[in-house]
Design a protein around this ligand. Structure first.
Ligand SMILES: [Zn+2]
Length: 348
């Protein structure tokens, strides 16, 4: 890119900002924000300004970020002029945000005008639900100023999540690479390269994948159509024995005889009756995952049968250690109980 082109682009970006904000002082205000940020020694994460609150009235850095996204959006969604990926990459700025305890992916992306796909791909997020709860509360999330997709270039094979493998297959081919520019992100002392594709959005397949598949393909649908969650995963007092112990699954209350469905495709590897679980079914899935369905009144599947997600396998009951009709649903990976809430999604 030559200097003239660069100037046009910068002028355009400035113009965009001005048209978006009727106040003439806009550009000055943005400049003042930047200055204040550094004069106050504003918090940073590595090379990036750190946002502490996703509220433009309470956090000057976030206010600055929102204005930057406004400029970025006008740049990539300008119908008259297609932006060159290298030009967008030069203008791209990254901010860091440390999620608060009650944040999840949905709440963060809802407040950031750059969009869910940009945030997800820059942060290796394969599925919005997997992050619900504490999973990402301890880390830092990076927020880009320009909408687009970020395809990792340094992580491949086993280390990439399934969404990234899917993106790599279609977007890193020789023909497609020109759609993006290589950028380097540095954080926590390590550097990482991405192909930044400004303005790009998920293909239908990628979108379906993002919404329905979790990390390593670990996504399960709810085993009941209608239910009330009566006990979640974790420590609780056993309602029958009164002792405090870990609850390894979810208790989903539903009327006696309600249909129970396989949460994911797999093979039925165990059917039995147990003093605690009552009549139960175990299904083995890919990736060393297994699901368990307990307290059933009736078994509707044969041992060693292959099932698809959503197949009828049994009926809700109150057999074993149970105070009323409900399904005890467990997910285990390599034999270790996992919080089903992180991997379940609602099917339509
Ligand atoms: Zn239970």
């Amino acid at each position: 890119m030559d200097g003239g082109c660069k100037r046009t682009l910068q002028a355009q970006a400035a113009q965009s900002a001005q048209s978006a904000c009727t106040r003439k002082a806009h550009n000055l205000r943005v400049a003042a924000c930047v200055l204040r940020l550094f004069f106050l020694g504003g918090a940073v994460f590595g090379d990036y300004p750190l946002i502490e609150r996703l509220d433009p009235r309470k956090d000057i850095t976030f206010d600055q970020y929102v204005k930057n996204v406004e400029i970025g959006r006008q740049l990539v969604y300008n119908k008259e002029r297609v932006v060159e990926p290298e030009d967008a990459a030069r203008i791209l700025t990254i901010y860091a945000y440390k999620p608060l305890g009650n944040d999840d992916f949905y709440s963060v992306q809802a407040r950031c005008p750059v969009g869910a796909q940009s945030i997800a791909t820059l942060n290796h997020i394969a599925h919005p639900d997997v992050l619900t709860g504490g999973a990402f509360a301890g880390g830092i999330i990076l927020l880009p100023s320009i909408p687009g997709l970020f395809v990792p270039l340094d992580i491949t094979g086993k280390n990439a999540n399934d969404l990234e493998k899917l993106m790599a297959a279609s977007r890193l081919t020789e023909a497609q690479r020109d759609m993006g520019a290589v950028i380097t992100i540095s954080g926590n002392g390590k550097k990482e390269r991405f192909l930044f594709i400004p303005g790009a959005t998920f293909s239908v397949t990628e979108a379906a994948f993002f919404l329905t598949f979790g990390k390593s393909g670990a996504s399960f649908q709810y085993p009941l159509r209608y239910f009330t969650l009566t006990s979640s995963f974790g420590v609780r007092r056993n309602p029958v024995t009164g002792t405090v112990k870990n609850h390894d699954g979810l208790d989903l209350a539903a009327p006696l005889g309600s249909e129970v469905y396989a949460a994911q495709a797999g093979v039925v590897t165990d059917i039995g009756s147990d003093s605690v679980y009552g009549n139960y079914i175990v299904i083995k899935h890919e990736g060393a995952w297994a699901s368990l369905y307990g307290h059933l009144s009736k078994i509707e599947i044969d041992l060693y049968a292959s099932v698809q997600a959503g197949d009828l396998i049994g009926r809700v009951g109150s057999t074993g250690q149970s105070t009323g009709p409900h399904l005890h649903f467990e997910l285990r990976q390599n034999g270790k109980a996992q919080d089903p809430g992180k991997y379940l999604f609602k099917s339509n």
